[in-house]
Ligand binder design. Structure first.
Ligand code: ADP
Ligand code: ZN
Length: 720
């Protein structure tokens, strides 16, 4: 009797043995359906029997699923990730098996195309037709259509019943358009060409290597890595591009199409269930050659990757902070190693980790030091807010207002950047001093004036903006404290009543679709002044933008976490880099209370490498990453005493170790989120120490009872 170990995508300690019926042949990687207690679940044959289940107790595999088996390199990757991030392997496998429908035989589905438009065209109906117009001949299922248009299912149904949408059967598999390596070649500059050649050679060599593509914004990094993709296409292998904020990159997709003749396949949280199923399946069957995706695309069942590209590799969005906690940039490098393909990390402001790896020659360092076509980088000017304060109740200093005015007068665009959503971060009663806090979190409620709500940014709690004070009942005494982007917008509208303004923030009405449209309109010049959060920092190309004003350059510097300086530098130079990407000369102005701060000085001097060198040295002296290692334990419980007792007991059990230091327990900086009380331990050790081994030893005897939860964060990015 054949017995195999099957890994099930649940938080179990490991695979379980199952008997294989005599008429079934199974190989490692096969998808199977197996009994688990009273249930039937899908799993993957992980390898030969473990032999830890007595024969009499063995259950049998029910059937094999008609899905291509998981490649050996992906199974090894899953095991590796599980042991690195200290997660049960089944939960890592679950990242791969996120789309249960993809494991089932394709059901025939009905899709809809646009038909004759109705006479009565409501805004909702118009959105349905807009979505379909964008897709051309290709249609969508009713569920996907309703979701993408942001309308209820009944809108689609009514239109279909009245013959305004035309139904047709979606075949079991609809192929994606195939990008062509040479559909629209770019003539690379003399600086770009050798870099592209090196990357192309690495792809052609079909072996593992890591490349840091390090070039200022506008240098042509995208054009250059497109050549690596072309090389992968030519060798018949797949290319994966990971991007942060994937859903916002219409401009990127258009550029891709110009170069390769069609849009790439996509993978992100905004995909509907049918698209998700189709995409997973097409990847599994090796019929997708290029895909652009968010971090989870790394866990798609790729068969034969030729190159992995991580664009904006420094971006914190690559770190997944819940469930399986991993950094997709780091795991992309590991994946490349198992697959044996090159990995390209691209950024204008690399993470210190990657920068040091390049300095130490573990990564190949490719530099593109100037903008394509000779456009100059924006000059950066610091304004000392202590010397030149804004008028009372306002946030923009006179110099800033003048600069915006001049840009608008020249017919160019100005961008004001403030990394804070909403209207004001705090609401206070001037009569009694009451401050509005979240009931469930240790956090202030943020006013969103456009929506007339107070909202907690940690748990999403909302309430209408109160008219009278909760505490003292006084009317008209509530004051908004501090600015968010909405408040800056108000000031701009007041000062520039004739300018066209646009606001870009992740909580705009209309969601992603509206945001994408706004970005497109800004690029086409439909706004004079743009006010935005960090969303504006990411890769958009606004040809008419010549001025960037940073409303509060100090915002990220105060929190004292390991990467505060690095992140602020990255974010602000990224934002400033939006200015002057085309013909117009860019200019950036930063409002600060600490113009002597080394980060701001480095930004003003435009001396990135000097900043990196100093930051590198500081980390080295402190034995902090990337020269040392960190890990965090986060413990939470519904009851504060319960959490406290537990962390005290944990503290008594810290195993002795010559090199690893345990700091804490300490209440987390946000000590309560969603009504859970939170404590942290921070572990620090040299690069050579096994954090995982140490944590394993420490936590082996630990049992979690009651409402206690514990999570391990290896290489933490967030210290909240
Ligand atoms: P990065 O990714 O480094 O910010 P991009 O690849 O987006 O730079 O290039 C910036 C702009 O310059 C884009 O509009 C791009 O099309 C253009 N560009 C870059 N290189 C070339 C080239 N060799 N020929 C023509 N246009 C180029
Ligand atoms: Zn809250």
């Amino acid at each position: 009797m054949q017995v195999v170990a099957v890994l099930i995508p649940l938080g179990l300690p490991g695979p379980y043995d199952y008997a294989v019926p005599s008429d079934m042949r199974l190989q490692p990687g096969d998808f199977v359906r197996v009994p688990l207690g009273p249930r039937r679940v899908n799993g993957v044959v992980w390898g030969p029997a473990l032999g830890d289940t007595p024969q009499a107790k063995l259950k049998s595999v029910q059937n094999r699923l008609d899905v291509p088996p998981l490649a050996a390199h992906l199974r090894k990757f899953i095991d590796w990730v599980a042991s690195y991030v200290m997660s049960p392997p089944g939960l890592v496998l679950r990242q791969v098996m996120r789309v249960p429908a993809a494991l089932e035989p394709a059901k025939p589905m009905t899709a809809y195309r646009a038909g004759p438009p109705p006479e009565r065209m409501t805004a909702a109906r118009q959105r349905v037709f807009d979505v379909l117009a964008e897709l051309g001949a290709q249609g969508l299922t009713s569920a996907d259509l309703a979701r993408q248009a942001g309308v209820s299912a009944s809108v689609v149904k009514t239109l279909a019943e009245a013959g305004h949408l035309l139904a047709y059967d979606l075949p079991g598999h609809v192929a994606f358009d195939q990008p062509a390596a040479n559909a629209g070649k770019t003539d690379l500059s003399a600086l770009q060409k050798p870099v592209a050649e090196a990357l192309t050679a690495a792809v052609t060599a079909q072996s593992f290597s890591v490349h840091l593509l390090d070039g200022v914004t506008g240098a042509g990094k995208t054009e250059v890595y497109f050549e690596a993709i072309a090389a992968a296409l030519e060798s018949g292998r797949q290319a994966l591009i990971l991007l942060p904020e994937i859903s916002l990159t219409a401009q990127f997709l258009d550029r891709f199409e110009a170069r390769f003749g069609c849009q790439p396949a996509m993978w992100h949280s905004g995909l509907g269930p049918a698209e998700r199923r189709r995409t997973w399946r097409e990847v599994a069957e090796d019929r997708i050659s290029v895909l652009v995706g968010a971090r989870s695309a790394l866990f798609l069942p790729w068969r034969d990757l030729g190159v992995i590209i991580v664009d904006e590799e420094h971006d914190g969005g690559f770190k997944q902070e819940d469930g399986v906690i991993y950094n997709a940039r780091d795991m992309a490098v590991v994946r490349g190693q198992f697959v044996n393909c090159p990995v390209i990390l691209a950024s204008a402001t690399p993470s210190l980790e990657s920068y040091v790896n390049a300095q130490q020659k573990r990564y190949v360092h490719h530099r593109l030091p100037s903008r394509h076509g000779g456009a100059a980088l924006p000059d950066m000017q610091l304004v000392d807010m202590r010397a030149s304060p804004p008028p009372r109740g306002q946030w923009l200093v006179p110099e800033m207002v003048t600069a915006v005015e001049q840009a608008v007068e020249r017919g160019e665009q100005a961008l004001l950047f403030l990394n804070r959503r909403g209207y004001a971060p705090l609401t206070l009663c001037r009569a009694c001093g009451h401050r509005y806090a979240c009931d469930a979190c240790d956090a202030w409620m943020v006013e969103h004036r456009f929506r007339q709500q107070l909202q907690c940014h940690h748990c999403g709690n909302q309430r209408p903006v109160p008219q009278i004070c909760d505490a003292c009942g006084e009317a008209d005494k509530l004051a908004a404290c501090g600015p968010g982007v909405e408040r800056i917008t108000e000031e701009v509208i007041h000062r520039f009543p004739h300018a066209r303004t646009a606001i870009l923030s992740s909580d705009m009405a209309g969601g992603t679709a509206a945001m994408r449209e706004t970005i497109q309109q800004i690029a086409e010049g439909a706004a004079d002044i743009i006010i935005g959060t960090q969303i504006v920092a990411k890769g958009h190309h606004f040809p008419k933008l010549s001025f960037v004003g940073v409303v509060d350059a100090d915002l990220g510097l105060g929190n004292g976490d390991l990467r505060a300086a690095e992140r602020t530098y990255q974010l602000l130079s990224q934002v400033a880099g939006r200015a002057g990407r085309a013909a117009v000369r860019g200019h950036a102005m930063l409002q600060t209370h600490m113009p002597d701060h080394p980060v701001l000085q480095a930004l003003a001097a435009g001396d990135r490498d000097a900043f990196f060198e100093r930051e590198t040295m500081a980390r080295q002296i402190a034995a902090m990453p990337p020269f040392g290692r960190l890990a965090a334990l986060i413990i939470s419980a519904r009851d504060q005493q319960e959490a406290l007792n537990f962390v005290r007991a944990l503290a008594r059990q810290i195993p002795p170790h010559p090199e690893i230091v345990v700091l804490g327990p300490a209440p987390a900086p946000i000590a309560r989120i969603r009504d859970r009380f939170r404590f942290r331990f921070l572990l620090k050790g040299p690069k050579t120490a096994s954090m995982q081994g140490f944590i394993d030893q420490w936590l082996a005897p630990v049992k979690l009872r009651g409402s206690l939860r514990l999570s391990v964060d290896i290489d933490p990015y967030s210290f909240l």
